[in-house]
Design a protein around this ligand. Structure first.
Ligand SMILES: NC(=O)c1ccc[n+]([C@@H]2O[C@H](COP(=O)([O-])OP(=O)(O)OC[C@H]3O[C@@H](n4cnc5c(N)ncnc54)[C@H](OP(=O)(O)O)[C@@H]3O)[C@@H](O)[C@H]2O)c1
Length: 345
């Protein structure tokens, strides 16, 4: 069965990546594209300044962009992907869910709400059960699932592997984040070339809260957030794609570099079309992973880890993921695949 899907915010940085992921997808067929009033009524080719590193799919280029309004999206669309600015998502996403649509969203609004599943399918697919809670509490006919922020997705699978094996107590992380994470209008060349910006508004709090929810336990009614203390420092650097992060993870049990590498390599993936066979690749070379060399492994859906060292209270390591694929569009598509697999479509 092919599922007819729509993309809200289809012309933006994440929207274009969504189209790149969905167009060849075995289970999804693109049926609706929305954006702001500046794009409405135009062909997608005209409305989107296509910047993705593969040609714009011909059949998509000729589609007409419609308003981001439930009345404008055909009723036979079963699944929506949202890559709207969070302020817009906060206002319009509930309108779509109330109208009965099932949505997999990138936008940061509602991510830490108690009844909204925030999922990385390889880590916490069971949290999808919150959909029943949200339907009960909000009276929604549709369903809303969120993927986390791009910098959070990069570190959480390695943290989940270490938590499962050795117990996490404290996490500190410092990021080196690519410019695509800010969207097309995010940082200007005059700001970022020959520079690093030691502030990304709201990002630290997102990493500190979303990671604890993702690593939490779902008891059938609510998610008990993980007790680990998480502290983040977020920095923008002049790479195009790929967030690199330096992580210090304190553990309840003593752990050697070899034991950590084994736990990371053996952390299981999930059997969904977009999920890599091996979720976490561990590099032996101390200078890897690097954004330019390693962001595209497993079609941009892999998590790379390297530089593992023992510390007084646990471990230090570096991790990397492609921020607009694994950290955004690919993450949403994977959640869409999970919704299909679990019978929500
Ligand atoms: N970039 C990343 O790596 C990344 C990672 C994770 C999550 N996210 C999240 O994903 C979302 C999108 O980010 P982005 O980087 O793709 O942003 P972006 O490049 O600025 O794109 C925003 C999209 O939303 C549309 N839009 C803007 N205002 C609208 C309105 N009032 N009504 C309807 N549509 C509107 C835009 O349409 P027009 O072209 O017509 O203006 C465009 O399609 C954000 O919530 C962001 O936080 C981004």
């Amino acid at each position: 069965m092919t599922v007819r899907v729509g993309v809200l915010g289809a012309t933006g940085a994440v929207g274009q990546r969504l189209i790149q992921q969905i167009d060849p997808h075995p289970d999804f067929e693109l049926a609706a594209l929305t954006a702001s009033s500046a794009s409405t009524g135009k062909s997608y080719r005209e409305a989107a300044k296509w910047r993705v590193d593969s040609p714009i799919p011909e059949d998509v280029a000729d589609m007409t962009v419609v308003a981001t309004d439930p009345d404008e999206v055909p009723d036979d669309v079963d699944l929506l992907f949202s890559s709207l600015p969070s302020s817009v998502g906060e206002a319009v996403e509930p309108e779509f869910i109330e109208a009965g649509y099932v949505m997999s969203s990138n936008s940061s609004n509602f991510r830490t709400d108690e009844d909204i599943p925030l999922t990385i399918p390889e880590v916490n697919a069971d949290h999808l059960g919150l959909i029943e809670v949200q339907r009960d509490e909000r009276g929604w006919d549709g369903a809303l699932v969120k993927n986390p922020n791009c910098s959070t997705i990069t570190m959480v699978p390695p943290l989940a592997a270490l938590d499962e094996a050795f117990g996490l107590t404290d996490v500190r992380v410092s990021t080196l984040q690519a410019v695509s994470g800010a969207g097309y209008s995010g940082v200007t060349s005059m700001e970022i070339i020959d520079n690093a910006i030691p502030h990304i508004g709201g990002e630290e709090k997102k990493m500190e809260t979303e990671s604890r929810k993702l690593l939490g336990e779902f008891d059938g009614a609510e998610v008990q957030w993980n007790d680990a203390e998480v502290a983040a420092s977020c920095n923008r650097i002049p790479t195009l794609d790929g967030h690199l992060e330096n992580v210090w993870a304190d553990t309840a049990e003593d752990v050697t570099v070899e034991e950590a590498a084994e736990a990371l390599r053996e952390y299981p993936s999930i059997d969904l079309p977009s999920s890599p066979d091996q979720l976490i690749k561990v590099f032996e070379e101390p200078d890897r992973p690097q954004p330019r060399l390693d962001r595209n492994q497993s079609d941009g859906m892999g998590i790379a880890v390297g530089g593992i060292q023992e510390t007084e209270n646990g471990l230090q390591f570096n991790c990397l993921a492609h921020n607009t694929i694994r950290g955004a569009a690919g993450a949403s598509v994977l959640n869409g695949e999970l919704l299909l697999e679990e019978g929500y479509l």
